[in-house]
Design a protein around this ligand. Structure first.
Ligand code: ATP
Length: 202
């Protein structure tokens, strides 16, 4: 499974539809300061399900929508499409019947984000799990932002362990364990309440 193309439309400085074609080998993006190089990496994280506005250098998620300039009015929505080439059939189970798939995330002012995989509505979690099971995703250490290397050097051992877990391909399991623990805590809370009610009745 490899990234084929990233399409941005109304995302940050990319007001007009723009395609970044990612060919085999190394892809370099060069340009003057402020031309949008980091915005491209953020678009990649965002379409993979990033849900922290701070990781997008914003205060709210709607800050990713083109905010307008003196010559162009602001847009009401932003959309990023990531096309994946799956001819090697390495996508996680459940997605492996497709040669290519398009993952779309769209955000509309006051209406939040919506996701699609190959035209079908899906939840943010479905997209996040797809990438987690493929050992990549919005939080993948393969995506290195400015300043991240020094953060890594100063990181606590627990945070560094996450990188090893990612490399071992168990991030998806980690996420599922976390969700199972939350459900277990909820069930334990319910049992305590039932015990209290039984005590009151007896
Ligand atoms: P550097 O080389 O300095 O790191 P860069 O090429 O990585 O720069 P970015 O940080 O990706 O550049 O882009 C910054 C540009 O994106 C700024 O001009 C900023 O005004 C613009 N920008 C960010 N968010 C929006 C938005 N919501 N609407 C319009 N423009 C935006």
């Amino acid at each position: 499974m490899r990234f084929d193309k990233l399409r941005l439309n109304g995302f940050k400085s990319f007001v007009d539809p723009t395609d970044l074609v990612i060919r085999e080998g190394l892809t370099g993006v060069v340009g003057p300061n402020g031309c949008g190089k980091s915005n491209l990496l953020e678009a990649l994280r965002w379409v993979m399900g990033e849900n922290r506005p701070t990781a997008m250098r914003g205060e709210g998620m709607e800050d990713v929508i083109f905010a307008g300039t003196s010559r162009r009015s602001a847009r009401a929505h932003a959309e990023v499409t990531l096309t994946l080439d799956n001819r090697d059939r390495l996508a996680p189970a459940g997605f492996n019947e497709h040669d290519h798939f398009d993952i779309v995330r769209r955000i509309t002012r006051d209406a939040g984000s919506a996701y699609k995989i190959n035209g079908n509505d899906v939840r943010a979690r479905d997209v996040q799990m797809l990438f987690a099971d493929a050992s990549t995703g919005a939080h993948s250490p393969a995506l290195v932002r400015q300043g991240q290397i020094s953060e890594l050097i100063n990181a606590k051992p627990k945070n560094r362990r996450r990188i090893l877990e990612e490399a071992a391909g168990i991030s998806g399991l980690y996420q599922r364990r976390h969700e199972a623990e939350l459900k277990l805590n909820g069930a334990e809370g319910n049992l305590t309440r039932v015990d209290d009610t039984l005590d009151q009745l007896s």
